[in-house]
Design a protein around this ligand. Structure first.
Ligand code: SAH
Length: 205
């Protein structure tokens, strides 16, 4: 599948039925999701792999990974409404995604290395400081390779947070165009610069 076709397929998916600000429910724009997935696929991290989408929301990344021939895809989110939308989205694309309702946090049970690759657009921590940290922890426990979307400028903080466990081995810039979603948004559209970071767990040897 070509990048443009993946982007077009993801563009047609439904967004959050009633976005919740506390959970930072912003769907990844199709262009950014497609770029992340294509980058990962080009590195052999999607096709034939077990892929996990942490904080999957409406399933944009999970569905995209399935379209790019992942062996299996699971998506975890704590919001049932978002998971219902994700199920509809997967059905509309005729792809299989296992959707699990769970709260990603320090107590979240992760079987070590149960996946090959994690893709995620976690909360940036705008509403709740450090909300991204349990996502990074769970992701690095679940798989040796993680492709995540972060606020632009987060790289040094992420680097320091994962020091001794993993490193950032690639970074790709991008931007979210977010329509006015919540009452505290002042403009009709906002451009949020983001970066896609690839985290790779340190070799234990
Ligand atoms: N990954 C999706 C959604 C990004 S928005 C996409 O790319 O479009 C962030 C998502 O994280 C939301 O769906 C929100 O419900 C979920 N989320 C926030 N905190 C969570 C937590 N502690 N556990 C599980 N999911 C959480």
């Amino acid at each position: 599948m070509r990048l443009v076709h993946l982007e077009m397929a993801l563009q047609r998916l439904s967004g959050f039925p009633s976005p919740k600000p506390a959970l930072e429910q912003y769907a990844t724009p199709a262009s950014v999701a497609a770029r992340l997935l294509f980058h990962a696929a080009g590195e052999g991290a999607i096709e034939g792999k077990r892929v996990l989408d942490l904080g999957c929301g409406t399933g944009v990344l999970a569905c995209g990974a399935a379209l790019l021939d992942a062996a299996s895809v699971a998506g975890i989110d704590c919001d049932r409404g978002a998971l219902r939308a994700a199920r509809e989205n997967a059905l509309s694309l005729d792809v299989e995604v296992a959707l699990i309702c769970g709260e990603v946090g320090p107590a979240f049970p992760v079987r070590p290395d149960s996946f090959n690759t994690v893709v995620m657009n976690p909360p940036f921590g705008a509403q709740q400081r450090h909300a991204d940290r349990p996502f990074i922890d769970c992701a690095l426990a679940a798989a040796p390779v993680v492709y995540g979307i972060f606020n632009a400028g987060s790289r040094p903080f992420v680097e320091r947070y994962i020091e001794g466990r993993a490193g950032i081995t690639a970074a790709v810039g991008g931007a979210f165009t977010i329509p006015r979603t919540f009452s505290f948004h002042r403009r009709d559209k906002m451009e949020i610069p983001v970066e896609i970071l690839k985290l790779e767990r340190d070799c234990p040897c």
